[in-house]
Every structure is written in structure tokens, then in C-alpha cells.
Design a protein. Sequence first.
Length: 747
Amino acid sequence: MWGSPLISDRILVLATAVIVGFAASTDALRSQARRYEIHRRGMLHQTVYNTGELGRPYDDGNTGSTPNIPSFEWPARSAMFVDGTPYNGQYNSFGAGFYIFATKNLDSANRYTDMCGAVSDNDGNAGVVEGVFSEPISITRMENYPVLADGRLNPMYDPDEAEEVIVSKWRALQTNVIVTRTSRAWSNPDYDDFIIYEYVLENSSSDTLTDMIVAWGYSLAASLFGNERKFNRWSEADFRARDQFARYDLTRYLSYNHDRTGSPDDRYFSVWAQSGRFGGGLNSPQAVGIFPLHYDRAHLALRGQTNAFVARSDFRYVWDTELKMKQPYINRYENGNLYPSKIGNYGFLDCVSQRKTSPVSGIGNDPVNFPAYWIGRSKPSWTIGSRQPVGHIYGFGPYTLRPGQKMTIVLAEVAGFGAGTAEDSVFKDIGGGAGSDGNDPDPGMHPVPSHYAEIQYPEAVTPNGPSPVMGSKYLSMYPLPAYVNSNVITIRDVADRAIQMYTGGVLVKHDTTQFKPENTPSTGVLQAPIPFPAPAIRVENTLSSRNKIMWKSYAESFTATRLRAPLSHYEVIRADHPLDRWKEIDSVGIQDPRFYTSQDSTYMVSDNSSALLEAYYYAVVSVDALGGRSGMTNMTLHETQLPAAPTMDKVYVVPNPLIVSSGFTGASPSGDINDRIGFFGLPKRATIRIYSYSGQLINTIEHDVDNYTAAWYQVTRNSQLLASGVYFFIVDDDLGNRRHGKFVVIH
């Protein structure tokens, strides 16, 4: 099989073609169990449920994370072992969900709220969504890859559609609104750091829904890895008044979070920064956020046709020239307790009882950076952006939706390496100060920080974080990590690319130009430059332990509108971890006679430095004549092996003795590479038993593959790490042969 086992864990195939038709039969309105699919195509990975939930089931972080169930994971494939400790990766959210508040037929006594995700009890524990607020209907995954798994070009590839599409559908039970969410992701390095979510809401009831607020509850918590390295846990409480700041970019409608300094690793900063190991020396370098690409205006209630509360002092600000309320309606920060009474009736979504997030009524003392366009729109809660940086509540309304009517709102998740570049510090956005914990007067605007230089906000001083320093000098001393795979670096860059993709227009830097999601189409254009796709690859062992990387020439025939330039060459690359710096094995020209066989149209490149039992990540990148690169969609993990011994002769352990570290290099997805022990000389089927010096059984390994070796990471059958000492092993094959030996471990 050509291609990578890392590309997808669920592939929906119709005959041999990738599905790109979106009228899927599973859209029939029949209930199904709560299910999820995962976006894995780009550098931002996210878990999508057919209940409205996104990422992990929401709580305040106390339940930790689940391996291989990403929750706003950026960069992708970031799980790792450090000093024997497993880390599930750079997850950046405690979970997210979708909210609807509405009254029925303008009757203020009949108010209903559906919290389809991002709901907890009063103590921050996860609330039940399925069957309470949300009835799952369907979820469908569709893959529009230009290259199929066998290496051939996909004849059904649509260049005007995303490469990965997940359609999830549910009924919001209290309001009886059917929500169809279509989420889209791409692998193009310029456009692979965002996911676009199109929400279509249909009123399936016989009641007119009035005073309807449509909102999202997002927890932005950058990042799991950084906080586990710093606090040995991932908890919403650890983000308060410490190193995290909730901020708002007015010109992009962007609500986001960032770490004060990127959280340099206390122990390995120098080593990781210089080597690029695990993405470098910063444990939380990302800025992560959400913003609307489109919101519905047609169904906004007119003044006089809504019971939404408007303070007398705000009345002259909040209505636009069409007598509709200016958007967004709510732009709020919250702590980890998102219980129903806080969110719903008489809570911050209840526009009838009171408006919980006041509108902008002036421009304070910074009219240059705070444009008059924002007067009357919801004011970001900058005064609690340090004390409550995790919970971002973002919503629109009030709407009126009659029976059978539909409306659309489109949201994007975005992530980048920091909030800004060195040049971006001349711009300001809302947040970064301590707000009510310090002296941060209206309107709370501060320069955009970066990882290029330290800047100081006197207002950033908090009781638990007295330093006024914001940003770091990291990128003035060390290069960008390898996972930043194009000139699209910061969250601001990523947001601009998401806008370009959605609108199909030219790239605009919205530093001083106001983006207006009320003017965008309700259906995305989804057009952007297209790179040559990466070929599907396979990696094979050889009798010399030199892995060979192979691919067909099919990709060279790829054509599409908006293809940027002709294919120039391929780069064959290798890394010990997906976040590490990638080493070039070779550069391969088109039909390069050193590597290409015309008889079967196959390229073959040898990795002359691969070693037995060591594993590596391999990829082949297509590079066009303008230097544009494909995504590493063919990334493949391969363990170097020889065929199993025909008969069991001598079985031996490497290294022996193991002193502190195994000395192995390469990838290590099953445990810490420093703890790896290899059993060599194995037949295809054998049972390995490991005993302590006193004869106690430590562990049993069943070997049943055509490999000469088997790896063990010194984990006992009681899930403990092996202590220093002398150990014995016995190996039995299925023919009754037995071999034994001993090895020494010195930690």
C-alpha cells in the first residue's frame, strides 16, 4: 500500500474514488449515537462531534487529555516522551461548544437555552450534552485529496473544495433548531493552520424563535505540553493571573490567547532551542484563537421587533443604519465554570434579562488604534483578560428565525507561532494588561507581542506574575521551528489567509484595514493558490538495514486551476520527531536517472544512515519552480528491521549494559528512546519473558511479526519503570526451542 498510516484513521471511500459529493445519505434525520471524526489534514488538528462539541469534552482541565483525541492541537503530531514521561501533545483547548438562546413567539416567559458543548456543573466538571441539549443526527467524513492512497491522481479532486471535510449534524433539543456544521481543512503550507466551520441553523419547530443569540463557548488554553512541563498538570486555574492573556484584534474580529513569554523550558531550553528538538525551547509558543468569517444579517431583529435589553445610555450607539443591532452581540471572557444558569436563562446569553457584555460607547484615549467602526459593538472584556483568560464566549444576535427558515454563521479556528512578528509590535490590540488587577485604563490597548523582542507593559503586572515583560527574544537567537512550514507565521498571518481562502480574494493584511464579516458571502468561495501535491510514498526495509523510500511519478501529471508553478523537484526528508528539524536525505529532480526507473515509473531513494531497530519519520515534499512546497501529507513512521531469523539461534540484548541511556536515536512513539532495550535474533513467533535477579516475572512480550528484533521500554507489567539491576530473559519459539541470557540496567 502506498501512502502513510498517519494520514487518516477513517477513510470513507465510494468504490475507489474519494467522496466529494456532499448530499450524503446519512443526512436523513434519524438519530445516532454521539460520535466524532478528527481533522488531521493540516497543521491544526481538531476532534469534531455530532453533538456540537469540539475537542475534548469540556471541563476545567482536571480530567487531563486523551492520546490521539486532539483538542485544538497545534502544531500537529506533537505527542512525545520526555524523561520517561508521556505528553499527549500541544493541545490548546479544554473543549468548545455551540450555544443557542431563544424565546418563542416573542413570549419572554418561554425562554430556552441549548448548550451543545462547553457546559459544566458549578464546580467545573463536565456537563452532559447528549440527550440534554443535543440530539446527534449524523456525522460524515469526506476526503478530497489530490493524490489517492495508491499514488494515483484523484479524478474527482475538486480544487474549489477543502481537502478534508467533516459534516456533523445535531438537533438542539430545547429550541428545536437543527444545526449542520461543515468543517474544512487543507494541507497547503500557506493555508494549513486554520479550520473553517460553516454553521447552518434551521428552525424545525412550529414556533417563531425570537431574541435568538447564537454563540460559541471556547476554552483557549495554550498549551497542554507547556503547562504540564511547568505545573505538572493542565488546569484552568493555572492560567489565571499568571502567564496567559486573552486578547482581541479589532481589525480581524479575532479573539485569541497567548503566553506571556512562550514558557521557555526550565531544564532543556538551551538544548532544544539549538537543536530544534521537539520544536525548540519554548513550551507554549503558540497564539490560538477564533474569529467570524461571516455572520448572518438578514435575520437580525429590527429595533422594535425584539425584547432584547438595551441600556438607555447605550441606545443611540447599538443600532446600525438599518435599525439592526451591531455585531458581535457578546464578546466575553469567563472562568472554567460554565454551568447552565451562568450561560442560559438570566445568564450571559439571555438578551432579554440584561446585556452582560456592554457595547463600546466611546473610543477612550486611543482613537487611532480603536476605530470608530467599533462604537456600539460588543466590547471585549479586557479588564478580566488576565484573571480569566481561558473562557472565550463569542456570539451574534438577536435574531428572528421563523419556522423552516435557515441562517448561516461561519467561524474559523486559527493558530500561529506567537501573536505577531517583530514588525507587528507597532500595532496595538485589546488586552495584555492585568485589567482590574492593576492600572489598565480604557480602552486597554497594548502593542502586539512577539518572540523576536521583549517589550514592557507597565499594566501587565499581576500579583502572581510581577514581571511587566511581554514577548521574548527567542527568534532573535534561534530559528523558527520546522513545523512553521511557510512564511505564514503568526496568528495574524493565519487569520488573513483564512479570510483570503474564504472570500477567494487577494491577500489583505488586516493590520489597519478593517475586516467586515457582515459583507462576506454566506458560502465560502474557498479559492487560493494550489501547490503541487506530495506523492504517496512507501518505506521498505532492506537486507542492509538501509531503508528505501519509494514513490510513483503520478503527481507530475497533476493539473489544476490556480496551480502556482511547474513542479521543479522532490525533497526526501527524515526526522526523529515530527516537530524536530528535518534532515534532507536527497534532492531528486524530475525523472532523475539516479533514482528513477522508467520501466515502472518509480523513484527509489536509500537512507544510508538508517540503523536496525531505529524508527524515523519520512516524507517526500514536492517543490515547484517558485519554491512553493507541498504539505507533508505522506509523512510515514517506519521502524528499520531485518526479516525474522529463519531459526532461533542466539538471542541477545542491545545495549548491554544500559548505562543511563540506551544510545538509540530516531523516533520513539511507544516510549522514551533513552529507555529502549532491543532483543535481537528473533524468529517470526516467540515469547520473551523477563525476570528479576530473584526470579520475579517482570514482563512478557509476545513477538509475532516478521522482524528480527523487538523493542522494550523497560516498563514492567505493573506499569513501572525498571529499576537498576541485573535481569534475566528466556525466549521460547513455537517449535519448542529456548534461549536465555541476562542484561544489566544502570540508571
